[in-house]
Design a protein around this ligand. Structure first.
Ligand SMILES: [Zn+2]
Length: 312
């Protein structure tokens, strides 16, 4: 179970399962002799990919970031990807029912990120999986999803979002909005034109963050002990980012290790640089959507300038 506290927030990872993905497609132009050292391939060249959703309990709301692959895949896609469909049972095992979710956020609308937004009821009608939830997704993504290119049309399944938009359950975001206090979205172009990362800031402004220098640190109240004080400095992480398919796994942390699926590979590089320019010095916890083993870590630069993922 991956769980930690981020200021007043509690963060946990819930998986929709794992699925096979072609290693070449996953690592773009990176040669197999290099990527296979990080993620081993089977005899069909498949690697195992994860489907990590992030649950944030703010104290007021329960927020679910991303909803995995779901259970509505057409047969032709199940042949390639299977359909693990584990998210609801994994949430239930932790005592979280569909009616407990207040807010659902999708970083983009590819089928493996918003699959559990909806389910079919017993009459075959598509209904929201989370009956009380307000849903959010990038507006540009939704516009694009209505008329995708031939290249990526297979990635969009309208039942995952169109019924929610039509019924007014899904709010479309421009990028930059704060959805609830401490949880906001930011557009990172590259994987798609409008994909949005979800940035979570869970701490009081007067509390020191990991890496903070200065007098603020001494101001922390001894009467409010935190579970996560085992960090070397005694401070705690204050920002986490669900970076989604910009950096899908810890094996993709190098600037140039993008996926073949990326529609704008040069922008993926620029967006990663932009992300690291803040995330590394400010010691953000990065959440990896498709990493089957390491759903979150701190990305750091070693003495040689190489990116390394340090476990949380
Ligand atoms: Zn995607």
């Amino acid at each position: 179970m991956h769980r930690l506290t981020l200021g007043d927030f509690e963060l946990s990872i819930f998986s929709d399962g794992t699925y096979p993905l072609d290693g070449g497609a996953f690592f773009g132009v990176v040669p197999k002799v290099m990527w296979s050292r990080r993620l081993p391939a089977d005899d069909k060249n498949y690697v195992m990919a994860g489907l990590n959703s992030l649950l944030v309990r703010t104290g007021k709301q329960t927020v679910l970031v991303e909803t995995g692959m779901g259970n509505k895949l057409p047969e032709r896609m199940i042949k390639f990807y299977g359909q693990p469909a584990k998210l609801l049972e994994n949430l239930a095992a932790a005592g979280v029912g569909p009616e407990d979710i207040d807010i659902v956020i999708n970083s983009h609308l590819h089928f493996d990120h918003c699959g559990w937004n909806t389910v079919r009821d017993k009459n075959g009608k598509i209904v929201p999986t989370f009956p009380r939830a307000k849903y959010y997704a990038p507006e540009g993504e939704w516009q694009y999803a209505r008329r995708p290119s031939e290249r990526d049309a297979i990635s969009y399944i309208s039942g995952n979002y169109d019924p929610l938009v039509e019924s007014g359950r899904m709010t479309l975001l421009k990028g930059g909005e704060e959805i609830v206090p401490g949880i906001s979205v930011k557009t990172f172009r590259g994987h798609t034109a409008h994909m949005q990362a979800v940035i979570i800031k869970g701490c009081h402004p007067e509390e020191p963050a990991v890496g903070d220098e200065g007098p603020g640190r001494a101001a922390r109240s001894p009467s409010a002990p935190r579970e996560d004080t085992n960090r070397a400095s005694g401070a705690h992480p204050h920002t986490a980012c669900y970076i989604s398919d910009l950096i899908p796994t810890t094996a993709h942390i190098d600037i140039t290790w993008g996926m073949s699926f990326d529609l704008y590979p040069l922008d993926t590089i620029e967006s990663k640089k932009q992300y690291y320019a803040r995330a590394i010095p400010e010691k953000w916890l990065t959440v990896f959507t498709h990493d089957p083993r390491t759903p979150w870590a701190y990305v750091e630069k070693d003495e040689l300038g190489k990116m390394v993922a340090r476990s949380a």
